[in-house]
Ligand binder design. Structure first.
Ligand SMILES: [Zn+2]
Length: 400
């Protein structure tokens, strides 16, 4: 591949995106202003589209031609200094326009195919093609792994901070319970040995709220996976997270998902029409009592006929795309099973796992109505994989 093109593809994710979008258009000659408008649309507003396009031309990934007019006929020339075919004057004496056509399709396609096989296994690619077809009726279902890409702790990691205030003698006990990955056991152990926490209310106040409310900068949000999830353009987004990072990101990007909805203050489906929103099925951080944390909260949620009806309404008509969850979390895998059962026969769900193994997948397949996308990642540096996946299923990645 052309070295300069290679550089362009890896240096800046926005340039990469713009190159894909251009390649996805019909391959024909267009004016420079057409491309600069396109680049400006997909890149940060501080970027000068014209400058970027000049880089493209320099990299020789566009073919150039000059169209000029002579006595109401159109002619084509390679250089302005040539003489006109018709009147023999110089081409530059005429009304002319520079036209460009992208010619990097083969290289870009190869680059993208390589990324696809670096980031995902072969099964996942087929599932992603299927998801791409269903994207219009798919709802992202977002867990703590997504907030983690903006710097918040994962769901179970959140309880680790309790360790700082547990007397030394009890640490081995707490560590053992924490290792179980069973949220109830972890919470019980905290209540037993943490001097400031004796009930669920303390737990929310001392452990959960300070961490979920910790300051996340705009830059961190824009560099997280949130913008890509919002850009999938779904009617609404469901989340088990208490934080409002999706709403904040939407505000920064001037998208329409500012509104938080929560299951405990639900006002009927009519109230949801004509608006995009983030639905927090485990409550929101600003409303203490809405938060589903312990097993008891969780049972209350799934035992209530009213709440089950609301959840069913959110889920039945759509495919769920589960992002940022761990199947090691018993709590979630239980909920996951319920949700996948509730839209069985109508929709298929998708679950994105990270470095998942086939055995686990097969176990889940027995009980669930779900297809898997498996991200291959080292050190859980997964932002680029998530971003690529979102672009891919939105149809914004060029592959021949
Ligand atoms: Zn002429």
């Amino acid at each position: 591949m052309n070295k300069q093109l290679e550089q362009l593809l890896v240096d800046n994710p926005e340039v990469y995106k713009a190159l894909n979008i251009i390649a996805l258009e019909k391959q024909e000659f267009k004016t420079m202003s057409y491309y600069t408008r396109m680049i400006n649309k997909y890149m940060d507003s501080s970027v000068n589209g014209m400058e970027v396009f000049k880089q493209f031309v320099e990299a020789e990934i566009f073919e150039r031609k000059i169209m000029y007019e002579c006595e109401e006929e159109n002619y084509r020339a390679e250089v302005l200094e040539k003489n006109c075919e018709n009147c023999k004057q110089k081409v530059l004496e005429h009304e002319y326009e520079d036209m460009f056509m992208p010619i990097y399709h083969v290289d870009l396609s190869k680059h993208n195919e390589n990324l696809l096989s670096d980031y995902f296994d072969a099964d996942s690619q087929i599932v992603m093609n299927d998801l791409q077809k269903n994207i219009g009726k798919t709802i992202p279902f977002v867990g703590s792994g997504i907030s983690k890409t903006a710097g918040l702790p994962l769901w179970l990691e959140m309880f680790k901070i309790a360790r700082n205030s547990i007397p030394k003698d009890f640490l081995p006990y707490f560590d053992m319970e924490f290792e179980s990955k069973d949220v109830d056991r972890i919470i019980e152990s905290i209540k037993k040995v943490h001097p400031l926490i004796s009930d669920d209310k303390d737990l929310k106040k001392e452990i959960i709220i300070p961490q979920v409310k910790s300051k996340v900068t705009n830059d961190a949000l824009l560099n997280s996976v949130m913008p890509e999830i919002l850009s999938l353009g779904s009617e609404y987004i469901i989340t088990t997270n208490y934080d409002n990072l999706l709403e904040k990101t939407s505000r920064i990007l001037e998208l329409d998902y500012e509104e938080s909805r929560s299951i405990d203050s639900f006002q009927g489906f009519e109230s949801l029409e004509d608006s995009n929103y983030i639905f927090h099925i485990h409550g929101v951080i600003d409303k203490f009592d809405s938060m589903v944390v312990t097993n008891k909260d969780y049972e209350n949620l799934y035992d209530s006929e009213e709440k089950k009806r609301i959840l069913a309404g959110l889920i039945n008509q759509h495919s769920m795309l589960f992002l940022g969850f761990s199947m090691n979390d018993a709590y979630f895998s239980n909920e996951f099973g319920k949700i996948c059962d509730s839209n069985r026969g109508y929709c298929t769900n998708y679950y994105v796992m990270i470095n998942g193994d086939r055995q686990k997948k097969d176990e889940l397949l027995k009980t669930s109505n779900v297809r898997f996308i498996n991200i291959k990642a080292e050190d859980f540096e997964i932002k680029k994989q998530y971003k690529f996946m979102c672009d891919y299923i939105s149809g914004n990645i060029f592959i021949k």
